[in-house]
Design a protein around this ligand. Structure first.
Ligand code: UTP
Length: 292
């Protein structure tokens, strides 16, 4: 079945990026000249998504304002003849049909997804984490949707991680692998490196069947006292097959300070109008640091 709806959870507290996230959600932090969440919405639209629900928490206004029209600003740009940026701004508000729901308490990713249940109804849907940016030739979500359209199963996006990083992620226990698609035997949320069944971690992209909702509804709180999406997937896994697709592309966790810096530098390098300037700066910086 073709996926038309997506959930973007953006209600986390962003404690790893305080104080920047004290008064604004991390999903609104700019990467070059766009807030992170705009890249996510663009990826969803490029994958074929038509309706998006953003799960917001405190400080939600800036997200809503960003995807809404700003009539006064548009008028001023029109009067000043700034046609290019005007068209870009109008494009943002026409990207997709965007809806909002408030997660009253940040009780975890699973809880955020559950709060979108009414909007999703009884059809498969996508989840894109608001703080996980992907830069890839084929949109990351599309890579998952292609597998779901063939198999009809829940699909998660994965990438290999270094041993020191396994305890930060949901880690898969693969049963079989065909090309870049794994069939899962199990998943574990944030295991220690000794207990990890692999070094393959779930990144922030999922395609889920609506059967996940009753599982989430009756799930007990897991790691960190939160309702974990990984725990719900684990239960699903025992009942029906789940697949993981090895994502092609670069992934940036912008909720992490270094991940955010990397995203800014590499996204700027991917823009032809900025590439030369950034490379020259990095070269000069390298030279300066070497003589210190
Ligand atoms: P994280 O695991 O990065 O948690 O959430 P966090 O609370 O936002 O950040 P830190 O760890 O305190 O720095 C992954 C994604 O799930 C959303 C976040 O907004 C982020 O996009 N999320 C998380 C929710 O929407 N609700 C929650 O209760 C938790």
């Amino acid at each position: 079945m073709t996926i038309k709806k997506a959930v973007i959870p953006a209600a986390g507290l962003g404690t790893r990026f305080l104080p920047a996230t004290k008064a604004q959600p991390k999903e609104m932090l700019p990467v070059v000249d766009k807030p992170a969440i705009q890249y996510i919405v663009e990826e969803a639209v490029a994958s074929g998504i038509e309706s998006i629900i953003i799960v917001t928490g405190r400080n939600k206004r800036s997200i809503e304002d960003h995807f809404d029209r700003s009539i006064e600003l548009e008028q001023t740009l029109e009067e000043k003849g700034k046609k290019e940026i005007l068209a870009e701004l109008q494009g943002i508000s026409n990207l997709a049909s965007i809806h909002y729901i408030r997660q009253r308490e940040p009780l975890g990713l699973g809880h955020a997804v559950l709060s979108a249940r009414q909007f999703i109804g009884d059809e498969p849907f996508a989840v894109l984490l608001g703080d996980d940016l992907m830069m890839s030739k084929k949109p990351a979500l599309r890579q998952l949707m292609d597998v779901h359209e063939k198999m009809g199963t829940d699909v998660v996006g994965v990438q290999h991680v270094a041993p020191e990083d396994v305890s930060k992620y949901g880690i898969i226990d693969p049963r079989a692998c065909t090309g870049s698609v794994y069939e899962l035997a199990d998943l574990v949320e944030k295991p220690s490196v000794d207990e990890a069944p692999s070094m393959i971690a779930v990144m922030g992209r999922y395609v889920l069947n609506p059967s996940i909702f009753p599982v989430l509804e009756f799930l007990e709180r897991g790691t960190g006292g939160e309702i974990q999406l990984t725990d719900a997937l684990r239960k699903q896994c025992a009942a029906s097959p789940i697949h993981a697709v090895l994502l092609e592309g670069q992934r940036y966790d912008i909720g992490d300070k270094f991940g955010y810096l990397r995203a800014g530098i590499e996204m700027a390098l991917s823009r032809p109008e900025m590439r030369g300037q950034v490379l020259a700066y990095l070269d000069g910086l390298h030279g300066r640091m070497a003589v210190q």
